[in-house]
Design a protein around this ligand. Structure first.
Ligand SMILES: Nc1ncnc2c1ncn2[C@@H]1O[C@H](COP(=O)(O)OP(=O)(O)OP(=O)(O)O)[C@@H](O)[C@H]1O
Length: 713
C-alpha cells in the first residue's frame, strides 16, 4: 500500500520531514472531505491492488501552508522599524509611527535604503529641530541620553543588517525550494489524476464489492439464522441426548448391577447345570431302560386294547341281552305291580286320633294327651302279615257287634306283589322299585303311584324326609337314573335328562316349577302318536345335570304348593302331583337310541266323600261347602278312572282290542303313554295302621286288589 502512495521528495534541505508529513496529512484530510461528499468506496477485502493515491497538493495553498505549518521555515522578512524620534522631551513615540510595510524578499535593497534614509532623517530631525534647553546641563544630559540611544540604535541597526543578509540568503533558498516544490506539485498533480482514475475504478470495484458484500451479508445472515436454528435444534438435541445419555448411564449402571448378579447366578446355574447334566446322564440311562420296558408294555397294551375292544363288543352285546332279560324279568314280575305299605303309629296319632282327641272315640277333648306305648298300641288296627317269607300278604281283622249282641270277628286277607310292614325302611322299599329305574334308562315308560287316604304316608313314601335314610322314592330313583346313565357311558351311551313337576287339582293342571299363579294358566296335554311322547303346553321343563338339582326342584314345588294352600284346603292332600323324568339316550357306537319316562305320582287322599268333611277321619261330618264337595268328587272320579284304566290294561293282555278309558280323567290322559304298551306301572298302596282308619284301609285295599287282580287275570 505504502508503495502506491505518492512520495514527496525531501531533496530540499529546507523542507523538513515534518513539513512533508503535514502535507500528507493535509492531502488525506482533503481526500476525507471529498469522500464525505462522495459515497465511500472501500477496498475489497483481500485486494492487493494499488491503494488510492493521496490527493495532489494545491499549489496556492502549499506556499501558505508551508510557511504556516513549518516552524522551521523562516518567517517573512520585515523592514526594521526605525526609532520614532520626536521633539518632545517626554519620550519617543515609537508606537505611534506608521506601521512599516512588510519587507518583500526580492526587494531587500529598497527596504534597506528606506531604513537607512529613515535613520538619516531621524538623525537630521534630532539635530535640526532640537532647541537649546533652558539649561545647559539639562541639554547635555538629554543629548548624552539621545547619543546613547542613537548608539544603541546604530548597533541594533548593524545587527539587523547582518540579520537581513542572512534572511535574504534564506529567501533565496526558499525560492529555489519553491521552484522545486512547484515541480513536485506538478508531478503530484499528474499522480493525483492517475490516482483519481484509479480511485474511481477502485470506487466502482468497492461499490460492486459492497453490493456483493451486502448480498453475501444477507446470505450470510440467512445462513446464520439457519445455523442459529440448527444450533438451537442441535442444542435441544444435545440436551435430549444428554438426558438420554443420563438415563442410559443409569440403565447401564443398573444393567451392570444386574449383569453382575446374573453373572453370579450364571455361575450358580453353571454349577447346577453340571450337576444336572450328570443327573441327566444317569437319568438317560434309566430312561433307556424304561423305554425298553415301555415298548414291551406298549406291545402288551396293544394286545390288551385289542382284547378290551373285543370285550367291549361282548359287553355291548351282553348289554343288549341284559336289557332284554331285565325287561323279561319285569314282565314276569308284571308290568302292573301293586305294593302295600303300612306306616308305623306316630306319637302325633295319639293327639289326632287317640282317646282324648276330637276325632277319636274318647271324651272328645281337644287337649293334647301324652301318648304312652299302651295308648298307641290300643290305637292300632288289628293287622297281621302271615307271609313271613315272600312278604306278600296282609290280613286285617275287624270285630263288630252283631244285632244279637254277639261279637262278630271278620278277617280280610289281601295279597300283593310285596307288602311292607310298618318297620320297613325307605331303602327296603326302593330296593324293589330300583329295577324300574333301570327299565326307564333302557327306554321304557314307568309310572309309580302312591295311593292311600290322607295321612297314610304317600308323601313320605314318594318324597320322604331330608336325611339320607328318610329320603323317598323320587330322590332315590333320580339318583339311580343318574348313576346308571353314568355307568352306561362306558358302553357308548350318552343320556339327556329333563325334569317337570305338575299337579292336577280339580282337573286343572298347574306347573309346580313355574312362576305364574295356580289355577289360572291353561295347560293342555298333547300326545305325539308317532314318537309316543307326551307334552304339556307352557310347562317348565328343566334340564337336569345332577340329583341335587332335583332335590332343589322338589323344594321349589313344595313351597309353591304351601303358598297356594288355604286353611280349608291342604292342597298337597287334595291334588295329584306328578314328577316326570324324561330320559333320552344315544349310543354312538351301536347307533341305538332310546327314550324313557319315569313318572312318580303322589295321588290325592283317597278317603270317601263323607269322611273327608269335618275335622278328621271317621267322624262322618257333613258340610255345605260346595267347593270342597266338588274337590272331593273330582279326586274320587280321577282315582276311580285310574283304577278303571289299570284294570282295563290288566285285562288287555287277553284282548288286544280292549278299550282303555284314558280320557276319563286328566291324570289318566296325561299318563296314557306311560301306562300303555310295554310300560311298567307300580302302585304303592299306603295304609294307616290305626283302627280308626280301618274302613278306609279296607276300601283302599279293595281298590288296590282290583288293580292287582286284573293284572293277574
Ligand atoms: N313309613 C313311615 N315311617 C315314619 N313316618 C311315616 C311313615 N309314613 C308316613 N309317616 C309320617 O306320617 C305322617 C303323614 O304322612 P304323609 O304326609 O306322607 O301322608 P300323606 O298320605 O302323604 O298325607 P297327605 O295326603 O295329606 O299328603 C307324616 O308325618 C309322615 O312323616
Amino acid at each position: 500500500m505504502a508503495s502506491r502512495l505518492p512520495r514527496l521528495r525531501s531533496s530540499s534541505p529546507t523542507m523538513p520531514a515534518q513539513s512533508t508529513t503535514s502535507l500528507k496529512r493535509k492531502a488525506i484530510a482533503e481526500e476525507d472531505e471529498e469522500e464525505h461528499d462522495q459515497p465511500r468506496k472501500l477496498p475489497a477485502v483481500g485486494v492487493t491492488g494499488p491503494i488510492r493515491p493521496p490527493k495532489p497538493l494545491q499549489t496556492n495553498r502549499t506556499a501558505t501552508n508551508l510557511s504556516k505549518s513549518s516552524s522551521n521555515v523562516p518567517k517573512s522578512l520585515t523592514v526594521p522599524r526605525a526609532p520614532n524620534l520626536t521633539t518632545r522631551p517626554t519620550g519617543i513615540r515609537g508606537t505611534s509611527a506608521p506601521p512599516s510595510q512588510p519587507s518583500v524578499p526580492n526587494r531587500p535593497t529598497a527596504s534597506r535604503t528606506a531604513a537607512t534614509g529613515g535613520r538619516v532623517a531621524a538623525s537630521r530631525s534630532v539635530s535640526g529641530s532640537s532647541r537649546p534647553a533652558p539649561g545647559r546641563g539639562g541639554d547635555d544630559k538629554r543629548f548624552a541620553d539621545f547619543q546613547a540611544k542613537l548608539d544603541s540604535l546604530e548597533s541594533a541597526q548593524a545587527a539587523e543588517a547582518a540579520r537581513f543578509d542572512s534572511e535574504r540568503t534564506k529567501v533565496l533558498e526558499l525560492q529555489e525550494n519553491q521552484k522545486a516544490m512547484s515541480q513536485q506539485l506538478a508531478a503530484a498533480k499528474d499522480l493525483e489524476l492517475k490516482g483519481r482514475a484509479e480511485l474511481n475504478i477502485a470506487s466502482d470495484e468497492i461499490a460492486n464489492l459492497k453490493k456483493k458484500h451486502a448480498r453475501e451479508t444477507t446470505d450470510l445472515e440467512i445462513d446464520l439464522q439457519k445455523k442459529d436454528r440448527l444450533l438451537r435444534e442441535a442444542n435441544e438435541d444435545l440436551r435430549i441426548c444428554r438426558s438420554d445419555l443420563e438415563r442410559e448411564r443409569e440403565t447401564v449402571s443398573s444393567l451392570k448391577a444386574t449383569l453382575s448378579q446374573q453373572s453370579n447366578a450364571q455361575l450358580t446355574l453353571t454349577t447346577e447345570n453340571q450337576s444336572l447334566q450328570a443327573q441327566n446322564t444317569a437319568l438317560r440311562t434309566e430312561v433307556d431302560a424304561y423305554s425298553r420296558k415301555v415298548s414291551e408294555l406298549n406291545l402288551l397294551l396293544e394286545s390288551a386294547e385289542r382284547r378290551a375292544a373285543e370285550l367291549r363288543g361282548e359287553a355291548m352285546e351282553s348289554e343288549a341281552v341284559r336289557r332284554k332279560l331285565h325287561n323279561m324279568v319285569q314282565e314276569l314280575k308284571g308290568n302292573i305291580r301293586v305294593f302295600c305299605r303300612v306306616r308305623p303309629v306316630l306319637s302325633s296319632d295319639a293327639s289326632n286320633y287317640g282317646p282324648g282327641s276330637a276325632s277319636g272315640s274318647g271324651s272328645g277333648s281337644n287337649s293334647p294327651v301324652p301318648a304312652s306305648a299302651e295308648d298307641l298300641e290300643a290305637m292300632k288296627a288289628e293287622m297281621s302279615f302271615p307271609d313271613r317269607r315272600d312278604h306278600k300278604e296282609i290280613v286285617l281283622r275287624s270285630s263288630s257287634e252283631s244285632a244279637t249282641g254277639q261279637e262278630r270277628v271278620e278277617n280280610y286277607n289281601f295279597s300283593f306283589d310285596r307288602v311292607f310292614e310298618p318297620d320297613c325302611t325307605q331303602a327296603e322299599v326302593f330296593e324293589e322299585i330300583s329295577m324300574l329305574s333301570q327299565s326307564c334308562i333302557d327306554g321304557y315308560n314307568v309310572c309309580i303311584f302312591a295311593y292311600g287316604q290322607t295321612g297314610s304316608g304317600k308323601s313320605f313314601t314318594m318324597e320322604g324326609g331330608l336325611t339320607e335314610t328318610t329320603q323317598g322314592m323320587i330322590p332315590r330313583a333320580v339318583e339311580k337314573v343318574f348313576r346308571v346313565a353314568e355307568d352306561l357311558k362306558s358302553k357308548g351311551w350318552e343320556y339327556k335328562i329333563e325334569g317337570q313337576f305338575l299337579e292336577i287339582y280339580n282337573e286343572t293342571i298347574n306347573d309346580l316349577l313355574g312362576k305364574g299363579d295356580f289355577d289360572k294358566k291353561k295347560h293342555d296335554i298333547k300326545h305325539d302318536p308317532k314318537t309316543g311322547s307326551t307334552r304339556v303346553t307352557d310347562l317348565t321343563v328343566m334340564p337336569l345335570q345332577s340329583p341335587s338339582q332335583v332335590r332343589s326342584l322338589l323344594a321349589v314345588a313344595q313351597s309353591r304348593r304351601s303358598v297356594a294352600a288355604t286353611l280349608m284346603n291342604e292342597r298337597s292332600s287334595r291334588s295329584h302331583s306328578v314328577f316326570t323324568l324324561r330320559i333320552s339316550g344315544t349310543n354312538a357306537s351301536t347307533g341305538e337310541n332310546c327314550e324313557g319316562c319315569l313318572n312318580l305320582v303322589d295321588l290325592a287322599g283317597s278317603e270317601r266323600i263323607n269322611v273327608s268333611f269335618g275335622n278328621g277321619f271317621g267322624t262322618g261330618g257333613s258340610s255345605n261347602d260346595k267347593d270342597r264337595l266338588k274337590e272331593t268328587q273330582s279326586i274320587n272320579r280321577s282315582l276311580s278312572a285310574l283304577g278303571d284304566v289299570i284294570a282295563a290294561l290288566g285285562e288287555k293282555g287277553e284282548k288286544s282290542d280292549k278299550h282303555i278309558p284314558y280320557r276319563n280323567s286328566k291324570l289318566t290322559y296325561l299318563l296314557q303313554n306311560s301306562l300303555s304298551g310295554n310300560s311298567k306301572t307300580l302302585m304303592v298302596l299306603n295304609l294307616s295302621p290305626l283302627a280308626a282308619h280301618l274302613n278306609e284301609s279296607l276300601t283302599s285295599l279293595r281298590f288296590a286288589t282290583k288293580a292287582s287282580v286284573s293284572h293277574l287275570l
